[in-house]
Design a protein. Structure first.
Length: 244
């Protein structure tokens, strides 16, 4: 699963990057203003690129992020239904589903108004000020879920923690850097696009690692020629819970 999702991630980002390069050559320095659509062949390239552009909302990479979060939510929900102590898993699933919703309707960008006064209070010239309250929320979520994550087998803990770190490097650190570059250059440049592609790669890989960490707790067992069941290794129980 991890390899398949990673291949899709690389394919989406490579498509976005190649179409951006094609767009640069197509317009030959006459980059369209925001809201404008170029004519002729550049317009065709622009329309295709807008479907795969990682820098905008409502694109295929954004949809894939939402799908990854929903997948993480579903496997956490499956764990909640089979685990003895369910509250932590239900909370884990709720966070993942909320993150999937955020990818769809950009809830995090609505924190910008809250982030601006916080940035000014600290004297930080942050363009994407939403990352400040966003980082605080991320820390609180991590602390709330840590008791559950800590109780898991070592391999799952490492994957989920690594996933969280990688995701935050992209969603907070590189997102902040991307915003500062937009503020410095006053427009989207190739440097900004490069950082944005790396940022999106980190975000997607982070979610994939977390999915792998939870999925490792499940196994498929065969009993005879036709009977198959999915079992869940409950780290907080003495037995393995199963679904026939």
């Amino acid at each position: 699963m991890g390899r398949a999702l990673t291949l899709v991630t690389v394919a989406l980002l490579a498509t976005s990057g190649l179409l951006y390069i094609a767009m640069v050559f197509a317009v030959r320095g006459n980059w369209p203003a925001e809201g404008e659509m170029p004519d002729g062949f550049p317009g065709v390239v622009f329309r295709i690129w807008s479907i795969f552009d990682v820098a905008i909302e409502g694109s295929a990479p954004t949809w894939f992020n939402a799908l990854l979060w929903a997948t993480l939510g579903l496997v956490a929900l499956a764990a909640a239904l089979l685990a003895r102590r369910r509250a932590g898993w239900f909370a884990f699933a709720a966070v993942a589903f909320l993150a999937s919703l955020d990818e769809t309707i950009s809830l995090h960008e609505r924190l910008q108004e809250l982030g601006w006064p916080m940035a000014q209070a600290f004297g930080w010239g942050v363009v994407y000020a939403w990352v400040i309250p966003g980082a605080i929320i991320a820390v609180l979520v991590a602390l709330a879920l840590w008791p559950l994550v800590r109780s898991l087998p070592g391999r799952s803990v490492k994957l989920i923690v690594a996933g969280g770190v990688v995701f935050l490097l992209g969603a907070v650190v590189l997102e902040t850097l991307s915003g500062q570059m937009v503020g410095h250059f006053g427009a989207i440049t190739w440097q900004n696009m490069l950082v944005t592609h790396v940022e999106e790669f980190f975000e997607k890989i982070g979610i994939i690692l977390a999915i792998m960490g939870v999925v490792r707790l499940f196994a498929i067992e065969r009993d005879g020629a036709h009977d198959v069941r999915v079992v869940f290794a409950d780290p907080q129980g003495d037995t393995v819970a199963g679904s026939a």
